[in-house]
Design a protein around this ligand. Sequence first.
Ligand SMILES: NC(=O)c1ccc[n+]([C@@H]2O[C@H](COP(=O)([O-])OP(=O)(O)OC[C@H]3O[C@@H](n4cnc5c(N)ncnc54)[C@H](O)[C@@H]3O)[C@@H](O)[C@H]2O)c1
Length: 287
Amino acid sequence: MEEFAGKTAVVTGAGSGMGKAFALRWGAEGMNVVIGDIQQDALDATVAELAAAGVPVLGLRTDVSKLSDIEALADAAEDRFGPIHLVNNNAGVEGYLDGPIWAATAKDWDWTLSVNLMSVVYGVRTFVPRMLAHGEPGHVVNTCSMTSVIAATNMYGICKHAILALTEVLAADLAAAGAPIGVTGLCPGIIATNLFHGSRNRQAALRNDEGMSASGAELRDRMHATLSKGMPPSEVADKLVTAVREGALYLLTDHEWDSRIEARHAAIMAGAVGPAATGALDAEGVR
Ligand SMILES: NC(=O)c1ccc[n+]([C@@H]2O[C@H](COP(=O)([O-])OP(=O)(O)OC[C@H]3O[C@@H](n4cnc5c(N)ncnc54)[C@H](O)[C@@H]3O)[C@@H](O)[C@H]2O)c1
């Protein structure tokens, strides 16, 4: 997709972080912008910012873990602006970090997988057939992660590996169909966002009665501090515009973790014993 002006973009999770930066950036490219987020006040703030910049904008509260909400977002976008050309399946949360994977509850799995992974499945299911039907050039961006390409260390990584795999399947199916729709698996490294405060928006029905573990809270605080020193989301938006224009399937925002990517693949090829060889653990054996 090379022309953006006058076309329509949909961005989920646009109340904060990268989603907000993408919405502002697509607006600056002259696009109509439709945004969804589960947090109403954050959604309203992004809508106000876009409107103040003169961008034609529509915001709709959307819980991306629900197919019906994503369909409602697509319907609203088409009602207001007509054909949808660009979709950023972006909303996500840090998910379960409270202990080993076998200790996760059904609600932990449901929250983490539905918001991070099923949201992208639903986004593809909802938007791609509509984009194929109008036949104009388009693009789907699935927000994966650098954790999509290193050895997975937690439930979030499980989702992000799966999203990258889904992205590859989507790209292959669209190419086989001869569709004028590009696909990018965006793999951000450490970006300064509120990701590790994702549980602020954990749906009531998916919360555990006992709340967050002390170790989980400590890990979240540590990771939030790390992210706050990361790349500004606007810089990721700049890279994304170029990747969409060029039709890049993969976009790694940086190469800080190249050695971990290589270590994982070398360990697989070598049939390595134990996680140490995969790059999942640092020099002190810490994930
Ligand atoms: N920040 C990083 O370092 C980093 C690295 C790799 C990938 N990512 C991914 O980037 C994407 C954007 O996250 P971010 O880092 O900007 O974090 P963020 O918390 O700043 O933004 C995420 C947005 O998603 C929204 N959201 C949460 N649950 C939702 C739901 N059920 N329905 C709709 N919206 C929901 C939040 O309200 C928030 O506005 C996520 O998919 C995340 O996994 C982030």
